[in-house]
Design a protein. Structure first.
Length: 247
């Protein structure tokens, strides 16, 4: 006689999925080759194309805080010592996978206070954006753009203007360029152009996929291994002293 398995309730199944997905997210390695590089006011796309103007769709974004205990070296890129990735900046807490967690909350962390590094912060506050090209389809890979601290004001102001248009950012195309008035690469966001309904539905269907990618943590295994190697070796037990024997 065949046995029929008793089906779990939808709520229980969904809870099981949530736990497994959280575990899988922590085990994922950050993909390489999907980041947009910005250098000398030029954007270099993952496919090798370069341009001084980037036009794309902002599918989703997260706040990314990263503290490095060494000065930036372009010839030797290292992962952060402590980091946090969160959709809401007020709820950001360091990842437990950080090699050296600096505090329980980013809001009160010493490294996230102005003046902790000169007039600025020791912790680098940036925004990580998942973008798609205007002609994307359901299989087009995401491109990740890091908005450095100097571009945050422009990004926030731009999103506010888009919201006033009664549109979410994934329903429009956005132009991104580097401010020509400053020497360093500082991003600016402008020129919102509405997408058609078909493209909006396509992008909307991929938002959860974009969020999953954005939440993938950086590979800090090299730092963790180095810190482990620095730890002093546990002291062994002292051998009991030998008794002197009578002559």
């Amino acid at each position: 006689m065949s046995r029929v398995a008793k089906a779990k309730s939808t709520a229980v199944v969904t809870q099981d999925f949530a736990k497994e997905l959280e575990d899988l997210r922590g085990r994922l390695a950050a993909p390489s080759g999907d980041k947009i590089k910005v250098d000398n006011k030029q954007f270099k796309l993952p496919n090798g194309d370069t341009s001084d103007l980037l036009t794309g769709i902002i599918v989703d974004f997260v706040y990314y805080n990263a503290y490095y205990d060494a000065a930036f070296d372009p010839n030797n890129i290292t992962p952060p010592t402590c980091f946090a990735i969160h959709p809401d900046p007020s709820g950001a807490t360091p990842s437990p996978n950080s090699p050296e967690v600096q505090d329980a909350s980013c809001q009160v962390c010493w490294a996230n206070q102005f003046g902790s590094a000169g007039k600025g912060k020791a912790c680098r506050n940036s925004i990580l954006v998942a973008m798609l090209p205007p002609d994307a389809d359901e299989n087009t890979p995401f491109m990740l753009l890091n908005v450095s601290p100097t571009g945050l004001k422009s990004f926030s102001g731009y999103l506010s203007s888009v919201i006033r248009m009664q549109r979410p950012p994934y329903s429009i195309t956005t132009d991104v360029f580097c401010d020509p008035g400053v020497k360093y690469d500082s991003l600016r966001f402008t020129n919102p152009q509405p997408l058609d309904d078909e493209m909006i539905e396509l992008v909307r269907a991929r938002r959860s996929e974009a969020r999953e990618r954005l939440l993938v943590e950086p590979d800090v295994s090299a730092i963790a291994a180095a810190n482990e190697a620095k730890k002093p070796a546990p002291k062994g037990r002292l051998a009991p002293a030998k008794r002197r024997t009578a002559a």
